[in-house]
Design a protein around this ligand. Structure first.
Ligand code: FE
Length: 339
């Protein structure tokens, strides 16, 4: 089958090769997620169903471009990626088809499903502060990052990164567009430096005292906490973590998710795979592979870093709804100079 897919790639996915792909029980998975534990995740599916998985891994935008170029002849059955605003963007391109499944509806909470895709793991966007230069009580909310007490102390990755766009989209939902714009302007006014790097770079800058506070996804913290490297341990010794907005709407969460493609040649296999991802076994692999939480509440993961982070009140806003304010969040960030 790998040969067929390769041949299909070489032929630009002509119709004849597509029929060959469609004829057998295989699944073509386009994935923007690549973790080592995913190997076990996929081989278990094959063991259970006999359906072989052909994986195409690339960056999010490349995969979307490819799916669009392939059009009706696309061999892609399922698309997996991270971040609600990215999933929403894929959905806006019209590439997904809705999947009705009693299993998925029963296992995945309603606020972690959208019309055309399902979330399979969650991560939280938390506040990380330098324990020497910032007091925990001063950074209990996202809103507090805009306060005058944090002048010259805030570090952030780019405002156009999907993680920050999704956070902005949630802020608009809870506080309104006007308040979010004021917030963004004041956060920018508090920057210690112009945005650069990823979440881990911000955490390290906070530990080094270059900044006092930042926001980061929990799995980056978990990665540092689970690390054996002395330098990572030193970073974690310097910083404190806050679950933001525990007294109001809760901590903003984001997701990894997947959907079936409209032109999927193996729709039966695609539905089976989406249902499999919500099984106890798959949930544990899926979430643990990137130090995230399973969406199925009854699934237990043993991850020391996540245990250390503890329990928190998560934002109950449906992740599918973030799409409706994501574009506005980007415009607000642009006007605020949060680039
Ligand atoms: Fe990430």
């Amino acid at each position: 089958m790998k040969k067929t897919l390769l041949a299909a790639a070489l032929l630009g996915f002509g119709t004849m090769t597509i029929q060959a792909i469609a004829a057998d029980g295989e699944l073509n998975l386009y994935s923007a997620r690549h973790y080592q534990t995913d190997e076990a995740l996929y081989s278990n599916f094959t063991k259970q169903t006999g359906i072989k998985i052909n994986r195409i891994e690339a960056k999010e935008d490349e995969l979307l471009e490819r799916i669009r170029n392939e059009g009706a002849n696309s061999p892609a059955d399922v698309f997996i990626t991270v971040d609600a605003s990215r999933l929403a963007k894929a959905d806006e391109l019209g590439i997904f088809a809705p999947v009705k499944s009693k299993i998925l509806e029963a296992r995945i909470p309603a606020h972690l499903r959208a019309d055309n895709w399902y979330a399979y793991s969650t991560r939280a966007r938390v506040i990380v502060y330098n324990k020497e230069s910032v007091k925990a009580e001063d950074v209990q909310t996202y809103e507090s990052l805009a306060g005058p007490a944090l002048k010259g102390k805030v570090c952030s990755r780019s405002g156009s990164h999907p993680y920050n766009i999704s956070l902005g989209a949630a802020l608009i939902k809870h506080n309104g567009a006007e308040a979010t714009e004021t917030w963004a302007k004041n956060v920018v006014a508090n920057f210690a430096r112009a945005p650069k790097g990823g979440d881990t770079d911000q955490i390290k800058a906070v530990a080094a005292g270059e900044c006092g506070v930042t926001i980061a996804n929990t799995y980056y913290l978990a990665r540092l906490m689970n690390s054996d490297k002395a330098e990572d341990k030193a970073v974690m010794a310097k910083v404190g973590t806050v679950w933001p907005n525990q007294k109001s709407w809760g901590t903003h969460i984001n997701v990894s998710g997947a959907g079936m493609l409209k032109n999927a040649p193996n729709k039966g296999a695609a539905v089976k795979f989406l249902e499999y991802l919500a099984s106890d076994e798959a949930q544990a692999y899926f979430a643990n592979g990137n130090n995230e939480w399973p969406v199925v509440g009854s699934v237990k993961v043993s991850n020391p870093a996540l245990d250390t982070l503890g329990k928190f009140k998560a934002d109950a806003l449906p992740v599918g709804e973030l799409a409706s304010t994501a574009a506005e969040a980007q415009k607000i960030y642009d006007r605020a100079g949060f680039r």
